[in-house]
Design a protein. Structure first.
Length: 172
């Protein structure tokens, strides 16, 4: 049987693939995660003069059963490498996706006769334009608004912004 953290990682990929496929998007995983990118989500659009017909976003996936909620934000600590890699301004915008899971694997999915539901939620954050860390600082705790949920409504907005070469910034 897989180690608990490996199960969390695989479940995280499955959740994102399920949401992406429900939106009509394709996903790709990279062979090596040396650039803080676990999965890419790609969209293809009908031809429109002056607009890109394809877009892609690069995602760093994280999963936790110990999410720190503080009012309208959740806090998540990244190591310096992930923080710096996610701040890169690239042709494909980069996002941090943090999936909150119950502690017990048996509680990750709720199945009934008419539906199957994932528990709990996945949150997203763009770190583009975040500041450099001071020399010697090894981690950074970021705050993610609790209304920035990865779902069939937000994911198309992220891909549509990427079509223009920009990272989507949620309007509070």
């Amino acid at each position: 049987m897989m180690h608990h953290t490996a199960r969390m990682e695989q479940f995280n990929v499955a959740v994102i693939r399920a949401i992406a496929s429900a939106c009509g998007f394709n996903t790709a995983t990279l062979e090596v995660d040396d650039d803080s990118v676990d999965i890419e989500i790609c969209a293809k659009y009908p031809f429109e003069l002056g607009k890109a017909s394809r877009s892609r976003v690069s995602i760093q996936l994280k999963a936790t059963s110990a999410l720190q909620k503080q009012g309208e934000y959740i806090s998540f600590t990244l190591d310096r490498k992930n923080y710096d890699d996610l701040r890169i301004c690239d042709s494909d915008p980069r996002y941090l996706f943090v999936l909150e899971l119950p502690k017990k694997c048996s509680q990750w999915i709720r199945q009934k006769k008419k539906f199957c539901a994932f528990k709990y939620r996945c949150y997203w954050l763009s770190l583009q334009n975040f500041k450099d860390l001071p020399v010697g600082q090894g981690t950074k705790t970021v705050k993610i608004p609790t209304n920035q949920i990865v779902d069939i409504h937000s994911l198309p907005k992220l891909l549509d912004s990427a079509r223009s070469g920009e990272a989507y910034v949620h309007q509070q």
